[in-house]
Design a protein around this ligand. Structure first.
Ligand code: MN3
Length: 259
């Protein structure tokens, strides 16, 4: 009896021991899978924008004909890569997936905005996420022009007094946008330029906006757009963003909007 009890106890203990080893290993395995730590080398490797391609669908990524580190120090390379190849790409793929096989697949980006049901959170987030980032990356250039030109320069002077005054008002609006969102230079229905901000991925093409119109310039003030270099100093990021504006492109967009 005594031996048999000892044997049983030993067996129970052994089983307990084996189970705890297995569960410990499992935990370790899960930890490794959930937190894959990149090696030093991996951290240093940057991809190129041309390697980033959206899954086949209604919309494609705006090309970024630069290297990620061309924007440094105004926007650091890692921020550019993560922003373009992950955030922007994810919105694009999600939008394409949402539209796939529906009658909305053939609509233009403007029509999709016009028909947007603001209570449809998935569509609102990804349509805005796609449109907003497309404009943002389109108007960025590593060595920005100092000032707008031609008709846009004249309209800025008319509607804001001067370029400096516009810059101050735009920067203030972007600094004060509470939480995540965007600040815009918009051409309204009458052709007047207006500055406005929107929360999250909303934009001035969506229904029920305080300022409606065609955006020609956008700054992303989500923390993912600047936090690595600037931490909480959003103001500095906004100021340096002005070194990266392709005013020629913005002027083209203005001319198209007032046609
Ligand atoms: Mn963003």
């Amino acid at each position: 009896m005594y031996i048999s009890f000892k044997k049983t106890a030993l067996l129970v203990l052994s089983i307990f021991f084996i189970i705890s080893i297995i569960s410990c290993n499992k935990k370790k395995l899960i930890e490794v899978v959930e937190v894959p730590l990149p090696s030093k080398e991996e951290k240093m490797t940057l991809g190129t924008p041309e390697d980033v391609v959206a899954q086949k669908g209604a919309f494609e990524l705006v090309k970024l004909p630069y290297k990620y580190d061309d924007f440094s120090p105004n926007i650091d390379a890692v921020t550019m890569e993560i922003h373009y190849s992950r955030h922007y790409l994810t919105h694009t793929n999600n939008l394409n997936k949402t539209l796939a096989g529906t009658e909305k697949e053939s609509l233009t980006i403007e029509e999709l905005h016009k028909k947007l049901d603001m209570s449809d959170a998935n569509m609102r987030n990804n349509l805005g996420g796609y449109y907003n980032h497309s404009l943002y990356f389109e108007i960025l250039t590593p060595k920005g022009d100092a000032k707008p030109i031609d008709s846009l320069a004249a309209r800025i002077a008319r509607d804001f007094g001067s370029f400096e005054s516009f810059k101050t008002q735009f920067s203030d609006a972007a600094t004060k946008q509470f939480g995540s969102g965007w600040t815009w230079l918009v051409v309204d229905k009458t052709g007047k330029l207006q500055i406005t901000s929107t929360p999250n991925q909303d934009n001035p093409l969506m229904p029920k906006q305080i300022v409606s119109g065609t955006p020609i310039l956008a700054i992303d003030v989500w923390e993912h757009a600047y936090y690595l270099s600037y931490q909480s100093n959003r103001k500095k990021y906004i100021s340096n963003f002005f070194n990266c504006i392709n005013w020629k492109k913005v002027s083209q967009k203005f001319d198209e909007a007032i046609k």
